[in-house]
Design a protein around this ligand. Sequence first.
Ligand SMILES: Nc1ncnc2c1ncn2[C@@H]1O[C@H](COP(=O)(O)OP(=O)(O)O)[C@@H](O)[C@H]1O
Ligand SMILES: [Mg+2]
Length: 456
Amino acid sequence: MNIAESTDWDGIWHNQRNHFKATIYNNDFIPHKPFTNQVKFLIYPSEELFYGGQAGGGKSDCLLMSALQYVEDKHIPEGENKLNYNALIIRRTLEDLDMPNAIMDRAKQWLLPLEDKLGVVWKEKKKRFIFPSGATLTFRYLSHNKHLNSYQGAELQFVGFDELTQFPENQYQYLHSRLRKLEDSDIPIRMRSASNPGGIGHDWVKKRFIDEESSLPFIPSSYTDNKYLNQKEYVKQLDKLDELTKLQLKYGDWNAILKEGLLINRDGLKSALISYNIYKDWQPAFCSIGIDPASTGNDKFAMSCLVYFNNGNIVLVDLDATPSAFPEERLKNFIIRNAKWNPYVVNFEQEPGSDSTYALKHWQGVLKDLVSKYGIIVKKTQSSNSKYNRARPTANLIRQNRLFFDDRINPERLRALFNQYVYIHPDKEVMKEYPSPDELDSLGYGFMEIQNIIRL
Ligand SMILES: Nc1ncnc2c1ncn2[C@@H]1O[C@H](COP(=O)(O)OP(=O)(O)O)[C@@H](O)[C@H]1O
Ligand SMILES: [Mg+2]
C-alpha cells in the first residue's frame, strides 16, 4: 500500500518532529540530511515498512539512517548504564555488503572516521559496530536458509533488509520473528526494507507491499527525489540497461514484464492454451510426471503432468508448485488427481552433486502405495543439459502447435511458467536476476520421459 500520498503527514510530523530532530537530525552518527521521501520513511510509525522502486532514490542511505536512529547514549534508560539496542542489516552476499558504496561500505565511510572522536568501534570479524552506549549495528549476509540457524537466540530491535527482492519470503519472516520490544524502553521495534523491482523475490515483495490489496505500507523511491545524485549522468547509465532492467530500475515499474523471450514470445505461449473440451476425446498414449525438487530454499518443488496423445500432440494437463521441500501430501494429491491419464513415470530432477539417492528413496517410500496401485515408476534423471537447452525442445513444439497448456491450470502457476519461458537465458549470470524456473524445469523433466519413449 503506497502511503506517500494518502497519509496525514502533517499530523505525523507534528507528533514526531521533536523526536525526529533528536534522533536523526542531531544524531552524531548520521552525517546525511534526509530529503522528503526519506523523512517520510523515517517518521512513519509502523512496525513494518518498505522503501521500493527506482534505483538511486536514496533507499540504502535511508535504511542505514533508520538503523542508526537509536544508537546514541541519550536513549539509555534512566538508572541503567547501557543501552540495549541491537540493529541488523542484511544483504544477500558478503560481496553485496562490501562493494564500494554498498550499505556496509557506506556505514564504514560514515562511522570509521568517528572512532577516535565518538568512541564507536568496528569489529571486522563480526562485521559489527559497537557504540559507546552499548548499542550495536551488525551486518550479515544471508544466502542460504541454513544461515538462519545462527539467529535462533537473537533478540533484535531493528532488522533492515537491503535489496529485499533478492530474498525468499521465509527468510524475511524468520528474521521478523526475532524482533523483541524491550521492557522499560521507548525504542520501537522496526522491520525495515528497501529494494528495486526484479529479482527472485519480486513477486512476494510486490504482493506484500506494492499491490493495492496489500495492507502493509511502502514509500515509493524515485531518483528524481535525490538531489545529491548527478541525475543527468545517472540517467545516461540507466539508459544503457536492457529493456526490462531499465523499466525496473529507471521507472521503478513493479509490473514490467518481458514480452519477447529468446525461445518464444508471450503471444505464442498464450495461443497454446487449450480447453479440456477440445482435447478430452483425443486418445492418450503416454503420461509422465516431471518433478523439479526444491533444494536451496530459494526455489520451489514443482510438478508437471504431461500427456502425449496418439495424434502427436502433447498437453500439459496439470501444473503445481510449492515452496515446501517435502510436500508429500501435495505430490500424492497431484498424482491421484491425474491418475485418469495413467501416469507411467514420475521423473525427479537430480541436481549434479546432490544427495539425491537418499531423496529418491524417500520419495519412493512416500509414493509406495500409489506405485503399486497405478503401476508407476519413480526415478531420477540427471541432465547434462543447461536449463536453457532443456526448455528449447518444448518451446519448439509450442511454436509448431503441438504442445498445449490446459487452460484450467492455476493462473498463478501458468503465469510463472510463461514468465520462465520468456526469461530463460543461457547465461547463468543473467538467470541469477530471476526466480528459479522451477515450473519450466519440471515440465522439461516430464517431457524427457516422453521423448525417451516416442521420437518427436
Ligand atoms: N540524504 C542524502 N544525503 C546525501 N546523499 C545521499 C542522500 N540520500 C542518498 N544519497 C546518495 O545518493 C546515492 C544513491 O543513494 P542510494 O541510497 O544508494 O540509492 P538506492 O539505494 O535507492 O539505489 C548514494 O551515493 C547516496 O549516498
Ligand atoms: Mg540501494
